[in-house]
Design a protein around this ligand. Structure first.
Ligand code: NAG
Ligand code: NAG
Ligand code: NAG
Ligand code: NAG
Length: 142
């Protein structure tokens, strides 16, 4: 009886862990720096350099940490990203932390629309990879 229960509990815990590990990864943009105008401008630090260290999969989540009222997170087109055009973003979030669910593969562009923050390097481009769930399972099972 006790043994059976333990086995069941083990299986449930294992399933829960498997579920957590396959579900998604949270990426904290800029790690401890957060989502700010990079100190010293875009040259010493850039969000592209940060992004280059990670793989972004569909279902992952981006977390932007910043002082609310001093920055925002706008998803924009590539053209708007390149030009730091803040006129008509695809979407805009103002309350930190902003969690963005990456629910489509391909390129995604984010900027801050405050003042000239984008031009000063507060901009992030990522390429989201679509992951086949079968490959996905395979990587995590045993
Ligand atoms: C995202 O994809 C990469 C490469 O396909 C993989 O190594 C990584 O484990 C995936 N991330 C998650 C959270 O499963
Ligand atoms: C990327 O990873 C390298 C090697 O781990 C590290 O030295 C570097 O600081 C990282 N860059 C960013 C922007 O996180
Ligand atoms: C910014 O984008 C808007 C909307 O797409 C467009 O009308 C405007 O011409 C753009 N401004 C510049 C300077 O490119
Ligand atoms: C993003 O990834 C897709 C698929 O791998 C690729 O076709 C596309 O060129 C990539 N975009 C950039 C900007 O690298």
């Amino acid at each position: 009886m006790g043994l059976k229960f333990n086995k069941l509990a083990f299986v449930l815990v294992a399933l829960a862990l498997l579920e957590t590990s396959t579900a998604w990864t949270e990426h904290v943009v800029g790690d401890s720096l957060g989502w700010v105008v990079p100190p010293g401008g875009a040259t010493p630090y850039s969000y592209s350099t940060w992004a280059a260290n990670y793989t972004f999969n569909v279902t992952d989540v981006l977390v932007f940490n910043f002082p609310s009222g001093r920055h925002d997170v706008a998803e924009v087109t590539k053209a708007a990203f390149d030009a730091c055009n803040t006129t008509s973003p695809i979407s805009r979030e103002t309350n930190s932390p902003v969690n963005i669910n990456l629910n489509s593969a391909g390129d995604h562009y984010y900027i801050c629309t405050f003042n000239n923050h984008c031009a000063r390097g507060q901009k992030l481009a990522i390429n989201v990879t679509s992951v086949q769930s079968s490959q996905f399972r395979h990587q995590h099972c045993l």
